[in-house]
Design a protein around this ligand. Structure first.
Ligand code: SAM
Length: 307
């Protein structure tokens, strides 16, 4: 048996987002017309731009005693920065805003997954002449749900946080998808999946991006080490006969993408199709034509596709 071939996936379709430079454990990024400097523990190399290019409208300063798994710290923001502003990816429009968790309300590297899901959704429609039903668990501010709905899927969007669901509504309105077939559900992911199994509902595609720790709306605990395997088993049982994909992203733990790969392989062993896995990365803007582009890895993933 050969070892799984690990892939680096990235999207080259961004215009409103750019990784301008990285190094010295930081990244310099552009979100629309605003620049940000954020901690980047992976960037154990030298920046390519001069230090006077590292000016930004917002800088996140981590707490001094921070560890890898701790997002604590605070923003220093310029007075000119609005509370939120509109961004675009392909036909999708949405809001960016600095959050207490050092990100800006969405994860630009996920765009590679949105494209991959769109491809599967289009194939499904051509083959079955109906909208695929997609389940998005831990769905946060909704960009994967909105992209999938805009491509032609019927989406069930589940997140435990009312605030996250409110952000998803806001993004839905910004991109004019008020009438798209999306069910927004505030619920615990594991509890929701268990109930869907009892109701004998099925899905043609499943997206999930679980955090390390989390809480359901009624205080249900989520711990990736204990809860991922049962959830994967149950979500696999929710896949329809016609199902085309299952996508798992893991930012949360210091694990190789092989861990996600073998976890999917276990639960999907009775299904035909292929699993690929690797790292979700953002591509740095090249300094000039002579420099090679650098990629900054943000998460591990594994994904199963029926064809
Ligand atoms: C890492 S974010 C997901 C990011 C999202 N996939 C994206 O690309 O924008 C994790 C999300 O999981 C949600 N969450 C945490 N615990 C949960 C639980 N037990 N059930 C459902 N959602 C939960 C959080 O509210 C948060 O929105």
């Amino acid at each position: 048996m050969t070892a799984p071939q690990l892939t680096i996936v990235t999207s080259t379709d961004w215009h409103d987002y750019e990784l301008l430079d990285s190094g010295n454990l930081k990244k310099l990024e552009r979100f629309g017309e605003f620049r940000f400097i954020r901690p980047e523990p992976q960037a154990m190399w030298q920046p390519r731009l001069d230090s006077d290019a590292w000016v930004a409208d917002g800088m996140f300063r981590p707490d001094k005693n921070e560890t890898d798994n701790n997002d604590s710290g605070g923003w220093r923001l310029s007075k000119n920065l609005p509370d939120s502003w509109q961004m675009r990816y392909q036909d999708l429009r949405f809001l960016a805003r600095p959050t207490p968790f050092r990100h800006l309300g969405f994860f630009p590297e996920q765009a590679a997954h949105w494209n991959w899901c769109a491809d599967k959704i289009q194939h499904f429609q051509q083959k079955h002449d109906r909208r695929p039903r997609i389940l998005n668990l831990f769905a946060y501010s909704g960009l994967a749900s909105l992209h999938a709905a805009a491509t032609g899927a019927e989406v069930t969007h589940v997140d435990a946080s009312k605030k996250a669901i409110a952000q998803a509504f806001e993004n839905r309105d910004v991109c004019g998808l008020q009438h798209a077939p999306i069910r927004f559900i505030t619920d615990d992911a594991s509890g929701f999946v268990a109930r869907e199994l009892r109701r004998q509902r099925t899905y043609d595609g499943i997206i999930m991006d679980p955090p390390k720790y989390g809480r359901g709306p009624k205080g249900e605990t989520w711990r990736i080490e204990d809860d991922l395997r049962p959830l994967l088993q149950h979500t696999t049982d929710l896949l329809s006969q016609d199902a085309v994909f299952l996508l798992l992203t893991i930012y949360a733990i210091r694990a190789s993408s092989l861990a996600a790969h073998y976890a999917l392989e276990d639960t999907l062993k009775d299904r035909h199709g292929q699993i690929d896995s690797g790292e979700l990365a953002i591509e740095e803007t090249a300094l000039n034509e002579q420099t090679t582009r650098r990629y900054v890895s943000q998460a591990n993933f594994a994904r199963w596709a029926a064809y």
